[in-house]
Design a protein around this ligand. Structure first.
Ligand SMILES: [Fe+2]
Length: 551
């Protein structure tokens, strides 16, 4: 009788007499180390919010004949019915299979991988900016099909806008209107949006295929976030930034296969790939970032006074992007690492994407009148002609265009490292001083880029132009890029960027895709793959560009 009663109590505490839990959002794994990996799922009873006690198993084989680790974890309302386990005691550099179960119900089987103890090659799929209403996640499907071993997501894993917001024009026709329909503010809002993204079939396929190492960018909370707020946050109508940030971060940690510590705001962390590369995942967004400079507030760039003010504002030695604590941590991590490659996995472009003021002041992307377009084209043409002319043959006007004292070089994307010059000089100068082979990975722009990382010589003019490493930046999974808001044809945009920006080797202005990075002891190789559509489920993918950096 007592046994029967206990059994009955236990049953009613598990969602009803005959209910089996549902695994609606698949499985995921992430943050692999040499001996462990985070396993993730979501489970709940159809008609009850009772906790679901889950058993997890890790096996060497897909049939689960050789189980090497197991345990239990609870998916409860306190975590939005998500559950994570850190599966430890694993062997380095090998593939494993995992699953969750409750009662007689099993989740899908996922495959994952530990970090190698020794490696001669590591292949990473670098992703950013997966925007559900903008289109299908064909890029996720393509990565799942690739030979990449690990996925890196550099942020904008979700977007916070309402159903009529950014990139939503075609959403209804695609059956991908944002849920909830309003802009995200509360914990329930952020949870519901994460759930919608994780309901995507291609997202499930990718997560079940390989471990993901992720960091957030701004849209996991709100557009153009910094340490004290965001462009898309109005405290008067939307409440405190701290509360919104806390809600967004809690949901992120619940829904992402990330190894969460006590401080949910601290996500910078390193991964050691067997001495071949040290991957340092950074937070350039929420922790230490000072507010972005508003270029409009500099009263345009016409005239030396405005140019000097802009240069001074950009170069302020106190402006921070990582914050002093994270920057000191990164220096210590790079100094202590004996790996061949130091790789920064982070959100925003690090390279100097600088334009001369003569071009910046003339290029007006919002004015599509023939006169404005002609003025911009003339400024670009004058500059490119001067640049192509040998120094000794330049006219006085051309010499002035090429003299940075008279025609200063300034960044145009002040949300990127270009708006934090002193902090970038410190970062790149540190890598140079430590004698490290540096590769930066970036997302955020929705376009693909390959560029040198060079010093500007802010503190020491003798170092101006010294190359420190290379940047490989991925396009978006689905968010629209430059082609959606520049009036110019893509071929022209590409020609202007590649011609004007000194450190830029190559860029793609219009395609969605991912970046596969292959590291060996002698080279860091980037392969940019693009898909031909995100508005149909069937697509074809192709290799758009390969670049090799030997350090
Ligand atoms: Fe984005």
């Amino acid at each position: 009788m007592a046994t029967a009663l206990a059994g009955g109590v236990a049953l009613s505490g598990c969602g009803g007499d005959d209910e089996e839990p549902a695994f609606q959002y698949g499985v995921a794994s992430g943050d692999p180390l040499a001996d462990r990996v985070i396993l993730w799922t979501h489970a709940r009873y159809p008609s009850s919010a009772d906790p679901v006690v889950l058993r997890w198993q890790v096996a060497e084989d897909a049939g689960f004949a050789r189980i090497v680790a197991s345990g239990t974890v609870s998916a409860s309302a306190a975590t939005g019915h998500t559950a994570k386990a850190d599966a430890t005691g694993l062997a380095p550099g090998r593939e494993y299979f995992y699953r969750f179960s409750a009662g007689g119900t099993r989740s899908a089987v996922g495959s994952t991988r530990t970090l190698p103890a020794n490696a001669t090659e590591v292949k990473l799929a670098v992703l950013s900016c997966s925007n559900y209403p903008a289109g299908f996640f064909n890029v996720y499907a393509e990565v799942a099909r690739s030979d990449a071993q690990f996925a890196l997501h550099l942020g904008d894993y979700i977007y916070e806008y309402d159903a009529a917001g950014f990139a939503s024009a075609g959403a209804a026709a695609l059956g991908r209107s944002s849920q909830p329909a309003h802009e995200l503010l509360t914990l329930d809002d952020y949870r519901a949006r994460h759930a919608q993204y994780k309901s995507d079939a291609d997202s499930k396929t990718l997560h079940a295929r390989m471990p993901m190492i992720a960091v957030w960018d701004d849209h996991e909370v709100a557009n153009d976030a910094f340490k004290d707020g965001a462009e898309n946050h109005d405290a008067a109508s939307e409440g405190s930034w701290a509360a919104r940030r806390a809600a967004a971060l809690q949901a992120y940690h619940e829904w992402m296969p990330i190894r969460s510590g006590a401080d949910l705001g601290r996500i910078y962390r390193s991964f050691d790939f067997g001495g071949l590369l040290s991957l340092h995942m950074l937070d350039t967004r929420l922790l230490g970032r000072d507010a972005q400079i508003d270029i409009a507030a500099l009263a345009g760039l016409a005239g030396p006074a405005a140019q000097a003010a802009a240069t001074a504002a950009f170069s302020s030695p106190t402006r921070q992007l990582l914050g002093s604590e994270q920057a000191a941590w990164l220096t210590a991590q790079m100094a202590a690492s004996t790996a061949t490659w130091q790789v920064l996995g982070q959100q925003v472009l690090t390279a100097r994407m600088e334009f001369p003021v003569s071009v910046l002041a003339a290029l007006n992307t919002s004015d599509t009148s023939p006169a404005a377009q002609a003025a911009g084209a003339a400024a670009v043409n004058d500059y490119l002609t001067a640049k192509a002319t040998p120094a000794g043959l330049r006219t006085p006007a051309q010499a002035a265009l090429m003299n940075p004292a008279q025609n200063p070089l300034l960044g145009y994307n002040l949300d990127a490292w270009d708006g934090y010059l002193a902090a970038r000089e410190t970062l790149l100068g540190t890598a140079l001083q430590l004698g490290k082979k540096l590769v930066t990975l970036a997302g955020d722009t929705h376009n693909a880029w390959h560029a040198d990382l060079s010093l500007k010589g802010l503190a020491n003019p003798a170092l101006a132009g010294v190359k420190v490493g290379e940047e490989f930046a991925t396009s978006s999974v689905s968010s629209p890029g430059l082609e959606s808001f520049l009036a110019l044809p893509s071929a022209q945009v590409k020609a202007i960027f590649e011609g004007v920006v000194d450190d830029l080797h190559w860029m793609d202005p219009s395609q969605r895709g991912y970046l596969k990075m292959s590291f060996t002891p002698t080279q860091a190789r980037g392969d940019w793959f693009f898909v031909d559509t995100i508005t149909r489920r069937s697509y074809t993918a192709s290799l758009g560009r390969t670049a090799v950096y030997t350090g």
